[in-house]
Structures are given as structure tokens and as C-alpha cells.
Design a protein around this ligand. Structure first.
Ligand SMILES: Nc1ncnc2c1ncn2[C@@H]1O[C@H](COP(=O)(O)OP(=O)(O)OP(=O)(O)O)[C@@H](O)[C@H]1O
Ligand SMILES: [Mg+2]
Length: 171
């Protein structure tokens, strides 16, 4: 699959926050889960243990899915959790051979009737849809993480705005 060139996101398509605990990261996920709709794609990037699965657990909760069902699908590549809108959970950790048949087969994970979240989304580079929400997680201290949300495309831009509005303190 050949990726079409992307326009770089504008400053308004990006927001960054600091999570001070796993619980805060889960709450951010829950907030996002209340805002996503069928067809949305969320790609999470970041090193081991930055909180990708933790955030997805919260996202599942926000969708009304039991968060205890959510586990890193590292050895399974993909899991699906049934819910009001089904959630597809992909782990790209083992996908380190761009252009391989495995990558070509992945297009079906993006479907207009489900929500797709991808850990190690950087390893699916070139296979991601035009419009997706990127979440960059990074270690800050033992219990703190920097989380940057970047909307690639208009749909994800709106998602960034909606989540950001919900996180802003009331005026
Ligand atoms: N602010 C925080 N946000 C998220 N997780 C945190 C935070 N502080 C500490 N943690 C801990 O970091 C770990 C994150 O684990 P998690 O499995 O979510 O990471 P991951 O990015 O999915 O890792 P992997 O790349 O192995 O799949 C958990 O043990 C969690 O309790
Ligand atoms: Mg994980």
C-alpha cells in the first residue's frame, strides 16, 4: 500500500498534557471513549510501559466495555471487544517488517462500523488511514507521562477539540 502525502498537523490539531498517575491516564482514555464514534482510529505510540494499554482500558470503559477485558494483544496481534460500538485492539509491536504480507492484510482492521485502537502505531506507518488520532506517550518520571494528541485529518481534529474541551476547567 502506498501512503499518500500528509499535510503536517497545525498547532490547533495538537494538545499535550501531563498525566500524574496510571489512574489519570485511564481517566483520559475514558474521556476519549465517551467522544469516539464508529470509524474512528486511534494510534498510540511510545516506548514499553508508557501507558498505552492503560489508556485503552479507560477508552473501553468510556465505551461501556468492561476494562478488565483489555489486555495487550502482543502475541495475538489483535483482539476485539464487543460493545455498543465494537472495539478492535491491535498491537503493532511485532510488525517490524514494512511491506510484508502481514501489513498488506491489515487494511480490514479499519472499518466504518467499529473503533480501532493500535498500540505501537509507529510500526504500521504507511498503513494507517488518512484520518486518525495519534496519541504519543512518553515517560517523564516513574509515575508521570507526557501525552500528546495529534489530529491527522478533519475528523480527528474535531476529536482533539472535543476531548480538549472536556478536559478544560469550567470558566
Ligand atoms: N501516569 C501513568 N500513566 C500510565 N501508566 C502509568 C503511569 N504511572 C505509572 N504507570 C504504570 O506504567 C505501566 C504502564 O503499563 P502499560 O501496559 O499500560 O504500558 P504499555 O505502553 O501498554 O506497555 P507495552 O509497550 O509493554 O504494551 C503500568 O504498570 C502503570 O501502572
Ligand atoms: Mg501495552
Amino acid at each position: 500500500m502506498v501512503a499518500s502525502p500528509r499535510l503536517p498537523p497545525k498547532a490547533s490539531d495538537i494538545f499535550e498534557l501531563i498525566s500524574r498517575s496510571a489512574c489519570e491516564t485511564e481517566q483520559l482514555g475514558e474521556r476519549l471513549g465517551a467522544c469516539v464514534s464508529a470509524g474512528d482510529v486511534v494510534g498510540l505510540t511510545g516506548e514499553l510501559g508508557t501507558g498505552k494499554t492503560t489508556l485503552i482500558r479507560g477508552l473501553a470503559k468510556g465505551l461501556g466495555i468492561d476494562p478488565n477485558l483489555v489486555r495487550s494483544p502482543t502475541f495475538m496481534l489483535m483482539r476485539e471487544y464487543p460493545g455498543r460500538v465494537p472495539l478492535i485492539h491491535v498491537d503493532g509491536y511485532r510488525l517490524n517488517q514494512p511491506g510484508s504480507a502481514v501489513w498488506e492484510d491489515l487494511a480490514w482492521i479499519f472499518t466504518p462500523t467499529k473503533i480501532t485502537v493500535i498500540e505501537w502505531a509507529e510500526r504500521l506507518h504507511g498503513c494507517l488511514p488518512e484520518d486518525y488520532l495519534e496519541l504519543e506517550l512518553a515517560h517523564r518520571t516513574t509515575n508521570q507521562r507526557t501525552i500528546r494528541a495529534i489530529g491527522h485529518g478533519p475528523r480527528s481534529h474535531n476529536l482533539v477539540e472535543t476531548v480538549q474541551r472536556g478536559l478544560s476547567p469550567p470558566r
